[in-house]
Design a protein around this ligand. Sequence first.
Ligand code: ADP
Ligand code: MG
Length: 391
Amino acid sequence: MTWKTIDDMALAGKVVLTRVDINVPMEAGVVTDATRIEKIMPTVEDLLARGAKVILLAHFGRPKGKVVPEMSLRQVLPALETALGRSVVFMEQPTRAAIDALPQNAIVLAENTRFAPGEEANDPAMAAYLAGLGDYFCNDAFSAAHRAHASTEGIARLLPSFAGRLMAEELAALEAALGKPERPVVAVVGGAKVSTKLDLLGNLVTKVDHLVIGGGMANTFLVAQGFEVGKSLAERDMAATALDIFAKAKAAGCTIHLPVDVVVAWEFKAGAANETVEVAACPSDAMILDAGPNTVAELSRVFEACKTLIWNGPLGAFEIEPFNAATNAAAKVAADLTRAGKLVSVAGGGDTVAALNQAGAAQDFTFISTAGGAFLEWMEGKTLPGVAALG
Ligand code: ADP
Ligand code: MG
């Protein structure tokens, strides 16, 4: 699918309603991490440079259609003004008249869109009200694009719409990884449970050449193959599902890679005594907390043979040392190949981003998605309503 970007639009003198994600973490009324605010700067600055008036639409927390003062976007205003280096007009209930009265090149931050019940319900009346505030709609909130809300989907159906810089960058990266990737493609899926990532695995086996299964969810596949995994986290009732995934992969020509050696421990805690054993030798009183070095070596060979990597989920219990070793080592291999121009690497997911940062590999990846739910739904092959509405 295709979408317009800022470059396709004539914006001088226009009012551009711009959906952004500034749902930043706060403590005691102060923004503790302004990353999301910094990420929208290219879009806001470009829109202003083209002579547009910018009206920022955003949600903050989950007020569930009611006015909740602790979730007012007014609190984010100072951090937004600091990032922009200029003042921003805050409007609780914006009107077209109030917006028209502002000088050209003004920036407005509208109150939390989720204070209105019509937002999450995607009420046509709410979408019409929002659309009536401006001339164009710019969506720069990929992370909210998996929700069909009035400020993400409804409004895009009513106004000429285009993608902001961040949205366009995210879409291009995901398209390069799963849409029309350079082959062979390897996907790494790790994390805790198969049950939370079934749709993901089901979609990936039809799209990628190699699927690496790691983390706790690998244990479920090992059980399905008849291996003993002791006290490991494993969903034994999912064995049949795991066998289905093997069959689907085989039919699609996708090779599944499971751990060949594992790091086992007797306690789930940092520094716990551990041993590295062949995958067939997990003691019945121990649990698998990480993949072993032979597995990492095999993954390295797969990464080297591939041109594209897409990654969601750590290979082990990366929060507790030394069970971050396989994730760190594999991340470094991917980072090195990417830096050398041999691999396009895309990763996403809350814990995955934390793990890649911890490994010091994130900055070398081609693209790291911070979008969480929207990134996963994209990997699952689902249509994102906020993106579809831009087409
Ligand atoms: P993401 O947030 O990136 O989508 P997940 O939430 O699916 O990733 O998975 C991360 C979690 O999986 C981490 O809390 C990690 O400790 C856990 N995990 C990975 N491997 C194991 C394992 N072998 N045993 C128990 N937990 C594991
Ligand atoms: Mg998680």
